[in-house]
Design a protein around this ligand. Structure first.
Ligand code: C5P
Length: 232
């Protein structure tokens, strides 16, 4: 079934070295996939990793989930956005002032990078949320955080597939949803709120993050063929 568009899949290069990341990236066509660089690879290799993949023609989603006082987020983002970054993110639990600071940082250097907010990590369960002290269920918390993102004029949110349709209904079709925790086939791991590719597209997810599904697969090329069989 052809359910995915080109560049709708973002591959999370969660590796410890440029060498490992490159060996997977060379199996990926930049016209079909975007790349996600997260904390693991970024802390191992630093910002040069961004230039490395730009040169290979990839769009980069820099997933550092910034969460700090507004002034620090402003300055960190200004530094990061000097690089060619297609999309980056902050953590919405940082509060409205922090979200505004992030937006101002982007404006101040006239960056066109998309800025999205992490709502609730897809690894968290209802029990985790309750133990932290939130007196509400995950969908309501995600909705509240998404509203803060929308009101403070950032481009969208990272959320679980289950929450996508509600977010689109409340905040509009052009409010971007990025969904991690996606499996090509259903299985259990530390992502509490997982969904399949089919569920993700059916619910209207704009961008789908695939991590270990690809990077930990025994035969990456075979797994990519399977993923590509869904691409129009
Ligand atoms: O390996 P897996 O497919 O579970 O990878 C998911 C990726 O998405 C990881 O890089 C993780 O940091 C990221 N992520 C997530 N939950 C969020 C936001 C990002 O799992 N809410």
């Amino acid at each position: 079934m052809k359910i995915l568009n080109r560049k709708q899949i973002i591959v999370a290069l969660d590796y410890d070295s440029l060498k490992e990341a490159n060996s997977t990236a060379k199996l990926l066509d930049p016209e079909i996939y975007r790349l996600k660089i997260g904390k693991q690879l970024f802390t191992a290799e630093g910002p040069k990793i961004i230039e490395n993949f730009n040169k290979q023609g990839f769009d980069i989603f820099l997933d550092l989930k910034l969460h700090d006082i507004p002034n620090t987020v402003y300055k960190a983002l200004k530094n990061l956005l000097k690089y060619e970054i297609w999309m980056t993110n902050i953590h919405l639990l940082g509060g409205e002032e922090m979200i505004q600071a992030a937006r101002e940082a982007r404006e101040s250097i006239k960056s066109e990078s998309l800025l999205i907010g992490v709502s609730v990590l897809t690894s968290l369960s209802e029990k985790n949320i309750k133990n932290i002290g939130f007196d509400m269920q995950i969908p309501e918390l995600v909705k509240n955080l998404s509203m803060t993102a929308k009101q403070n004029k950032i481009d969208g949110v990272v959320c679980s597939v289950k929450e996508v349709s509600e977010i689109k209904r409340n905040f509009g079709e052009d409010f971007i949803t990025v969904t991690p925790g996606i499996r090509v086939q259903q299985k259990n791991d530390d992502q509490s709120r997982v969904a399949t590719l089919e569920e993700a597209t059916k619910n209207g997810s704009d961008y789908i993050v695939l991590g270990r599904e690809i990077t930990a697969s025994e035969n990456i090329s075979k797994m990519l063929k399977k993923v590509e069989s869904y691409i129009i």
